[in-house]
Design a protein. Structure first.
Length: 228
């Protein structure tokens, strides 16, 4: 396969920064394999301030004749029309609200190379609430001409660590998300909790959404369950 394009966009909300990316490759069958990844690890806007993560995403690809190929476990996706896909995740209760995975990846199959600007609208909710999204990302194509240097993959040159929201996660899941944000898991301590299940993260030392230096450590406090 040959890589045709990489599309990337970033949007900032105050000090918080989230991102989305899209890559597409053409197979020997002439079809295009499209992969879209979205990261939104932070609290939603009012009235969803107690929710966090990627609950619902609507992808709009104006020139795409796409079909859903696969998606991360826990998400259900369906096409709403030509070039529009809606993905939703089942709710996972957390203290005061609902937690969703801070990132998700969708794989599509397209009849043609995507060349027009698209978008990804994110809600920290298990279904489209009908209001303004908590985050919106513009996916700007670089073109489908493989002779165009700008159509080659964009190397990741991040030199910062973006702290995800890992509250309520297992240590293994929290470690994956922390590493994905170019941070490092720091010291792990344990404490009793009446509300958080044993083995789940109660607190983290760095605020979700904070930008730190590359490979900064995030310490975790993990639940020992209820005191007997």
């Amino acid at each position: 396969m040959k890589v045709l394009a990489t599309l990337a966009a970033a949007v900032a909300f105050g000090a918080q920064s989230n991102d989305a990316s899209l890559t597409q490759t053409q197979g020997d069958d002439g079809l295009y394999r499209v992969q879209i990844s979205v990261h939104y690890g932070f609290p939603g806007l009012p009235p969803r301030t107690n929710n966090s993560g990627v609950g619902t995403v609507r992808f709009t690809l104006p020139d795409g004749d796409v079909k859903v190929d696969s998606v991360d476990t826990g998400y259900q996706c369906a096409t709403e029309g030509p070039g529009t896909v809606l993905c939703q995740n089942d709710a996972q209760p957390q203290e005061g609200g609902t937690a969703f995975p801070p990132s998700m990846t969708l794989n599509l199959i397209s009849q043609n190379c995507l060349s027009q600007s698209g978008s990804a609208d994110v809600w920290a909710a298990e279904k489209d609430p009908g209001g303004a999204p908590d985050g919106s990302f513009v996916l700007q194509p670089r073109g489908c001409d493989t002779t165009d240097p700008s159509a080659q993959p964009v190397l990741d040159t991040k030199e910062t660590c973006k702290v995800p929201n890992v509250k309520g996660m297992t240590v293994a899941a929290a470690t994956r998300e922390i590493t994905a944000g170019d941070c490092l898991k720091g010291r792990v301590t344990f404490a009793y909790s009446k509300k958080v299940k044993k083995g789940r993260v109660i607190k983290q030392s760095q605020r979700p959404g904070k930008t730190l230096t590359f490979r900064s450590k995030v310490n975790l406090t993990v639940s020992k369950g209820k005191r007997k």
